[in-house]
Structures are given as C-alpha cells and as structure tokens.
Design a protein around this ligand. Structure first.
Ligand code: NAG
Length: 257
C-alpha cells in the first residue's frame, strides 16, 4: 500500500524539480543574453542606423485542420503559426556564426523577457491560443539567433467568423491578422516568402475538410492595410475559397466545434 502512496509523490517532485531547473536555466540564459538596458516595452529599432520605419514581422502558417460549420457560420483553422522579426538589441556581435541560436524560450506568451508583437486574429472568436483548444496551450517557443533574428512559433486553433447561409455551396472565409495596438508606422506585417507558398495546407487538413463535406478551391495570401478611426494598421489575410461537395448530403459536424 505504501508503495502506491509514495510512488506518485516521488514522481511529482521529480517532474517539479525538472521543471524548476529548466525554468531556472532559461532565466539564467536570458540574463546572459539580454542586455541589462533592454526594455521589452519598446519595439525593436530599425536594423541599421540608416533606416527608419516599422519593425517588419513576417508570417507563415502550416495548416493541419480546416472545417466548416455553416450553422455556426464559422471556419476552424488550426496548425502552426510562425512570426519572424529582427530585434537588433539582442544581436551578439561577438558570436561568429550569426545563424547560431543564442536563446530559446519555452513559451512565447508567458513571462517573456523580450519584446514580442501583439499579433491577433481580427475575426476569430477565440484568438490564436485558447482554453477551449488545449492542444495550443503552452505549445509555443521563441528562438533568438546571434544576428538578433527572432522566431516565434505556436500551435493555434482559430474559430473564424465567416458569414454564410446553410444553402451556400460556395463561400469565402478569411483569416485576418493585425497588431492589436501598434499602427502601421510601428509594425508592418507581411507573408513570409510571399511568392513561394508560405501557407502550406497539409493533406490532413484537406482530408478533414473533405470528410466535413467541403473542398478547398484556393487559399490566397494578401498583404494589406486597414484604415480605422484610430489609425492605419498593417494586415495580412489568407482568403479561403471553399466549395461544398455535390450530392454528399448534409455537412458533417465534429463534436469539438
Ligand atoms: C521579411 O520578408 C522580407 C521580404 O521577403 C525580407 O526582405 C526580410 O528579410 C524578412 N525579414 C525577416 C525578419 O524575416
């Protein structure tokens, strides 16, 4: 009986110790890497003294899940969401290999010691990561290279508002991304490798969508600006054109919509 009691306790303290040492190591590394005068409230300055303008944040996505619910007028998009930018304040000139990773942080949304863009999905009911998509919680990281380039990567699952009626056989749903607070003069978004296909829709996503009764006709990336009352904002969008399979009967619904 005792063995049953002690075993889980021992396991618990072991995992806690591991977690602590990982966090402690991360903090120590961050201290070593991040200059003492670094202020994460300010966005990165231009890469060179001769330049001016916003910090460029490039975005790519890998889509693993697509499903439509015409009843809820929504499209679910899930997968990986990556952001790339340069923060010259973090560059380590003494490191010879500029491509070398100098810092990796385990979660890009919790106690981040460096600046990150306040990117959000404009037309999502739940954001990028959320409680009702447990697979996205804590599934992110930040990686800083010696030249100051930063990669932020996260699992995401967004319920996009997509007005449609049950009778529609063709719909266009968009995924719109902007900064929440920073105007176009501070953050400029663009799809990474705009010409190449930076938004990869996996076979798995196509299959899930097919089982759902729909087919993806095309997904078109757009770099744009929006003029709001409170200023001009940089926006990237991905427009999904979808078509219902003919004669496939009712659209099927998954439980976790
Ligand atoms: C962002 O994309 C532009 C255009 O492709 C490129 O010139 C720039 O180096 C990229 N920046 C980052 C941080 O990836």
């Amino acid at each position: 009986m005792k063995a049953y009691i002690f075993f889980p306790l021992a396991l618990l303290s072991f995992t806690e110790a591991r977690h602590f040492s990982y966090k402690a190591r991360e903090q120590w590394l961050a201290q070593e890497t991040i200059p003492s005068n670094y202020d994460k409230r300010f966005r990165p300055p231009p890469v060179s003294d001769h330049e001016d303008g916003p910090v460029q944040v490039n975005i790519s996505m890998y889509i693993q899940e697509l499903s439509i619910c015409s009843y809820r007028q929504q499209l679910i998009v899930g997968g990986y969401f990556r952001q790339f930018w340069v923060d010259p304040r973090l560059a380590m000139t003494e490191v010879e290999d500029k491509d070398e990773t100098i810092l990796t942080l385990g979660d890009m949304f919790v106690d981040t010691p460096i600046w990150i863009p306040d990117t959000f999905v404009v037309n999502s009911k739940n954001g990028l990561v959320s409680d009702d998509a447990p697979e996205t919680k804590g599934r992110s990281f930040l990686r800083v290279k010696a030249d100051g380039s930063v990669l932020g990567s996260t699992r995401f699952r967004s319920k996009l508002i997509c007005p449609m009626s049950k009778k529609d056989t063709e719909v266009t749903c968009s995924f719109h991304v902007e900064s929440f607070g920073a105007k176009a003069t501070d953050i400029s978004y663009a799809w990474k490798d705009f010409e190449a296909d930076s938004m990869v829709v996996s076979d798995q996503a196509i299959m899930l969508l097919k089982n759902n009764g729909w087919k993806l006709i095309e997904s078109t990336p757009v770099n744009d600006y929006v003029e709001l009352e409170i200023g001009k904002y940089s926006r990237v969008s991905l427009n999904f054109k979808l078509e219902k399979f003919e004669g496939e009967g009712e659209e099927t619904e998954s439980d976790d919509l």
